[in-house]
Design a protein around this ligand. Structure first.
Ligand SMILES: Nc1nc2c(c(=O)[nH]1)N[C@H]1C(S)=C(S)[C@@H](COP(=O)(O)OP(=O)(O)OC[C@H]3O[C@@H](n4cnc5c(=O)[nH]c(N)nc54)[C@H](O)[C@@H]3O)O[C@H]1N2
Ligand SMILES: Nc1nc2c(c(=O)[nH]1)N[C@H]1C(S)=C(S)[C@@H](COP(=O)(O)OP(=O)(O)OC[C@H]3O[C@@H](n4cnc5c(=O)[nH]c(N)nc54)[C@H](O)[C@@H]3O)O[C@H]1N2
Ligand SMILES: [Mo]
Length: 717
């Protein structure tokens, strides 16, 4: 999130696109409804389903799944044709605007209606509402990302906010509600296969930086790999790990298939094509599950290659967590781990000792978990995690009542002037945290920031041959800046280092003392020259219900060696598929259950509230197919997944779309596996997994699974 949940109280309008906070982020609703009441802020909801938020909203746009980029480009088209763009913001802080303008020309409201199903006049009305009620707070969530063009869709959201000048302003911003309580924190730690913590990447320089932080010899780390080249290659992603095991389709790019898997705090049936995941379990030499619950993996495995390591819950341990608003909090232990469980630090320690590298691993960690927070903070200079020491984090939590709900700033007391949780970047021990990213109205030392200079000083665009300065225009900078306008990132303050690698932090402090941002002052770019679509465009979902549109908006060329495996795009996009699989299947959440559901389906109160898997189906479609409300129906995927679920007649979905919650498991393609959980550990609720019928398909950049826009067949059971 560029802003915070609390800052949404200042929004003058909202657009929620592919986000359903009434179910998935209920706590945020207090701030959203506050702005609705106090500022009379209109709420625009863009979702294939008329959600509970849509019921509270001013405008509901029913969108065909996977077409959000087209809608955004259409809104930008309307904004520009009416002269509603923020001309000064664009002139001084945006790069590649001319190239964007060229792309949006063809996305007229009529064209957008054809692609998305949103009436042309509604697109014009939404653009007008946003133009007249600035700033708009834009929120997207998984409805925007889980598509083969997810990365283009999310970029198009940012472009709309740039064109309207809604970035770096209280009440505006791009506010992506994160998933679990510490998803922001774990992303920052880069629990990803293509980066070291703090988004440092996998270059030799990145490894050497972290080796200095860990106080470990670079050569020692090299010796842990087969050879050094593997240190620089992204690994498999969670989305496709099972294909790395099965090795029965797309080509893999490593010497052997994956043989062992550790699922640490992973609910298992969160993977798409789950019936294929089950096959992978059985082919593994070793599967280790570290979880408070056995998860579906324990029931689904046919072989005895699996170890279950019972971990304690968050209430039985302590440590720092980073919330969706980049705020860091200390979580204190409530009780000691119960039964024979161990907390995650203990499990890790046992594992590390057994593997024989505890001396290297724990060099700088003597006290758990304080030293872990300290070590990571001292290394994560890129995102300014260095000012949030365990002592300061604890102080904030203890003085929670001194912070203002509207500004997040402490009034008096021990944390006077600081922002709650020191939202990153918090550059130094004295820095108050950055409550709103890219806000040039405050000095950097007081939580202001320009856009980061990351992609050079000047660029000549491929499409137009136009050359453009990538730094901010003259006169645009934070108050007190020594340079009046754009400037590059800071380096060589300490020879051989830059602001990201100078562990003495002299570079950071030097920049801030001069009123400047360590990472420079640049423009936000509309053109990403290292992506296949330099400016986002619409491309039809891999499995599209509109063969006529595939011709106009085809998907990408197939991609080789995408996180060590080939990914099919063009060769998978079959225009005839819709004949046999005529309905769009999309998936998501309900408030009562969490993720793969191992925890919530094992909770008797939640089990009572939502005891059964179901499919949302429009009554008109259901009646055409002879499926009564509450009767059973089959949903089938092109990949051979088939589930029998209860029909839930609702106008929430249209006649072409089926919605499945993805929280259920324990029944796999008709087979009830409840007896196969360890004794006494079966969940109260079992059901077919929505993910058995989610289709093949992954984002071209991130490889996130496309679980929101597949095709399916529906029949009466
Ligand atoms: N109760 C509860 N809360 C949760 C979770 C949970 O499991 N249970 N999970 C947490 C996690 S990990 C996450 S990531 C967040 C996710 O939070 P959200 O992303 O808000 O939740 P979803 O239900 O997955 O999807 C949101 C909406 O996207 C819509 N949608 C589907 N396809 C499209 C599309 O193509 N375009 C558009 N515009 N909308 C589409 C769906 O109909 C749905 O209403 O929630 C977090 N909070
Ligand atoms: N079809 C479909 N599939 C999806 C999605 C979708 O929208 N549609 N959304 C995707 C998204 S956004 C996400 S984030 C994933 C979520 O997928 P998962 O992460 O697999 O889902 P969770 O059920 O949240 O898994 C968390 C697990 O951690 C365990 N746990 C809780 N606390 C602790 C702890 O302190 N220590 C340990 N070791 N374990 C703990 C819980 O028991 C649970 O089993 O699902 C993805 N899959
Ligand atoms: Mo998530």
């Amino acid at each position: 999130m560029t802003n915070s949940l609390n800052d949404m109280r200042h929004a003058k309008s909202f657009i929620f696109i592919g986000s359903n906070p009434t179910e998935a982020h209920p706590v945020s609703m207090q701030h959203i409804l506050h702005a609705k009441e106090k500022n009379n802020a209109p709420i625009i909801v863009v979702d294939p389903r008329r959600t509970k938020l849509a019921a509270k909203g001013t405008e509901y746009c029913r969108i065909r799944p996977g077409t959000d980029a087209a809608f955004m480009l259409g809104l930008i088209n309307v904004v520009i044709s009416n002269g509603w763009e923020d001309k000064e913001f664009i002139r001084t802080r945006v790069a590649g605007y001319e190239e964007l303008k060229e792309v949006v020309k063809s996305y007229t409201p009529e064209e957008v209606e054809d692609i998305t199903g949103i009436p042309a006049e509604q697109t014009v009305r939404v653009a007008k509402t946003m133009a007249e009620n600035r700033p708009t707070s834009l929120t997207w969530c998984m409805g925007g990302t889980q598509h083969s063009i997810g990365s283009s869709i999310t970029r198009s959201f940012c472009l709309l906010q740039l064109v309207l000048g809604n970035m770096g302003k209280s009440g505006g911003g791009t506010n992506i509600f994160r998933g679990h309580d510490n998803v922001q924190g774990s992303t920052d730690m880069c629990i990803l296969s293509h980066s070291l913590p703090g988004y440092y990447g996998l270059s030799e320089g990145a490894w050497k930086h972290w080796c200095r932080v860990w106080d470990v010899d670079f050569d020692y780390i090299v010796s842990r790999f087969k050879d050094q080249s593997w240190m620089h290659k992204p690994g498999f992603t969670l989305s496709r790990w099972y294909d790395g095991v099965l090795n029965d389709g797309d080509k893999i790019h490593q010497d052997t298939p994956i043989k062992a898997m550790i699922q640490w705090g992973c609910g298992a049936n969160s993977n798409s094509q789950y019936h294929r995941v089950k096959k992978a379990y059985d082919k593994l030499d070793l599967l280790v599950v570290v979880d408070c619950f056995p998860t579906m993996a324990a029931a689904a495995c046919d072989t005895d290659n699996i170890y279950l390591l019972p971990s304690s819950s968050q209430y039985e341990t302590s440590g720092s967590v980073t919330s969706t608003s980049r705020q860091i909090q200390w979580r204190h232990k409530v009780v000691d781990p119960v039964h024979n469980s161990r907390d995650d630090y203990q499990v890790m320690e046992l594992l590390v000792k057994k593997l024989g590298f505890a001396d290297q691993f724990y060099k700088r960690i003597k006290q758990n978990p304080e030293d872990i927070t300290r070590e990571l903070g001292s290394g994560c200079l890129t995102i300014g995690y260095n000012g949030q020491t365990p002592e300061r984090i604890k102080k904030h939590v203890e003085n929670w009542h001194t912070f203002d709900i509207d500004t997040l700033q402490a009034k008096g007391g021990a944390c006077d002037g600081e922002y709650f949780g020191m939202p990153w970047p918090c550059w130094t021990d004295e820095h108050p945290g950055t409550p709103i990213l890219y806000d040039i109205s405050k000095p950097v030392a007081e939580g202001g920031l320009p856009f980061r200079n990351r992609f050079g000083l000047e660029k000549t665009y491929d499409s137009s041959g136009r050359k453009e300065d990538q730094l901010a225009a003259k006169g645009v900078c934070n108050p007190g800046s020594e340079v009046d306008g754009g400037y590059p990132e800071f380096k060589e303050v300490v020879p051989g280092t830059n602001w990201k690698t100078d562990l003495s932090q002299k570079t950071l402090k030097d920049a801030i003392a001069r009123g400047m941002a360590p990472f420079g002052n640049a423009r936000a770019r509309c053109v990403v020259w290292n992506f296949p679509d330099q400016v986002p465009i619409h491309r039809e979902p891999l499995h599209s219900p509109r063969p006529d549109l595939i011709k106009r908006y085809p998907t990408y060329k197939d991609k080789t060696n995408h996180y060590r495996i080939d990914t099919r795009f063009e060769s998978e996009q079959n225009p005839d598929l819709v004949k046999e699989f005529p309905y769009v299947v999309t998936t998501g959440r309900m408030v009562e259950h969490m993720g793969a559901g191992a925890e919530t389906r094992s909770n008797q109160y939640l089990a009572e509230l939502q005891p059964e898997m179901y499919a949302e189906i429009n009554p008109s479609l259901a009646n055409d197919l002879g499926i009564r409300d509450g009767a059973m129906m089959y949903v089938e995927s092109p990949e051979g997944g088939k589930i029998k679920v209860k029909a839930y007649h609702t106008e929430r979905v249209d006649k072409k779309t089926i919605f499945l919650p993805y929280h259920f498991a324990g029944i796999l393609m008709g087979e009830n596996l409840i007896d196969r959980y360890p004794e006494g550990h079966a969940p109260f609720v079992v059901g077919e997994s929505g993910n058995v019928v989610t289709n093949y398909g992954y984002d071209i950049i991130t490889q996130i699974q496309a679980t929101k826009d597949g095709l399916c067949k529906v029949t009466k059971a």
